[in-house]
Design a protein around this ligand. Structure first.
Ligand SMILES: [Zn+2]
Length: 306
């Protein structure tokens, strides 16, 4: 079966990291009229007629010039300016608001630009929040075509960060049997009927598998034994990499923490289908790995989404 979250990662560009410090090459590609540039104001971009707009280098404003890479015989850049132009202007959108448009790329035969945009906005988020050297408080200067920030006082270099987060379906019962159940939870701020996989950040010194067990225990009080890797999804909102797992329950009694999770329930496949068809269970949208995880456990597509 095909997993919808992979649409967001299909047809990635070649990041050509070896060229990031090659000034002559960068200058030459910037002068090439076939090169395309995404203008990012702070952490936002302005779509035109619902599409991401890529401009020629000559049309791009000044800012931090980020080399994204090469694809389809072209070089792709982003220019990250300060966010002033976007402030208070609803035409400039953050990544979350762009996700539906990005995921439609491959399905509509449009260029799959999601990997380029995720790369650009993930870096922009990092540039936006990394303002001073964490060692001495000195000013930072962008290097390596936007992929490093070096302190002008002490010389220490910062690299873009990605925070690993685990996301999991927890299953109970004989795998594949009619009695097998899957655990989903919901947050109190969500509209009624909306349920999803549990998730949380990996802590320092912790394995991903232990993070799965800890988060499930903390959020719903269920003990998880075996943990199997499913797949991953870049999620630079602002800096996550979602790592998906299937966990096997050792205990099944639910005690919600009431802080993050308002309610959690076990669903058999029949209950899941019946309630999803009736609209009383609303599952996460197509571009998220949570949807793919639930359908992976279920064994096929399910109706309805957020
Ligand atoms: Zn410093």
């Amino acid at each position: 079966m095909s997993y919808p979250h992979l649409l967001m990662s299909s047809d990635p560009h070649d990041r050509i990291g070896v060229r990031r410090k090659d000034d002559a090459w960068l200058t030459q590609r910037w002068a090439d009229a076939t090169t395309r540039v995404l203008v990012v104001a702070g952490t936002r971009v302005r779509p035109v007629d619902g599409r991401i707009e890529w401009v020629e280098p000559a049309q791009a404003p000044d800012g931090v010039r980020v080399l994204l890479g090469e694809r389809d015989g072209r070089a792709w850049f982003a220019v990250v300016t300060d966010g002033d132009v976007a402030r208070g202007n609803p035409e400039w959108l953050p990544l979350r608001a762009l996700l539906p448009a990005l995921s439609s790329g491959p399905a509509t035969g449009q260029p799959a630009e999601a990997p380029l945009v995720l790369h650009a906005l993930g870096l922009a988020e990092w540039l936006f929040v990394t303002r001073h050297c964490p060692r001495c408080g000195g000013a930072l200067e962008a290097r390596a075509a936007g992929h490093e920030l070096t302190c002008t006082q002490c010389g220490k270099t910062q690299f873009p960060r990605t925070d690993p987060a685990v996301i999991m379906v927890v299953a109970d019962g004989e795998p594949g049997s009619a009695e097998e159940r899957c655990l989903l939870g919901r947050q109190s701020i969500w509209p009624e009927g909306r349920f999803s996989t549990l998730a949380g950040f990996c802590e320092p010194g912790e394995t991903l598998e232990d993070a799965v067990r800890r988060e499930v225990a903390e959020e719903v009080g269920v003990v998880v034994g075996d943990v199997e890797y499913f797949g991953n999804q870049p999620w630079p909102l602002p800096a996550s990499l979602m790592l998906g797992f299937v966990g096997r329950a050792v205990s099944t009694d639910i005690t919600v923490d009431a802080d993050e999770i308002e309610d959690a329930r076990w669903f058999t496949r029949a209950e899941m289908r019946e309630q999803a068809e009736a609209g009383t269970l609303v599952l996460p949208g197509g571009v998220s790995i949570s949807r793919s995880l639930i359908e992976h456990w279920y064994g096929g597509p399910l109706p309805g989404q957020w």
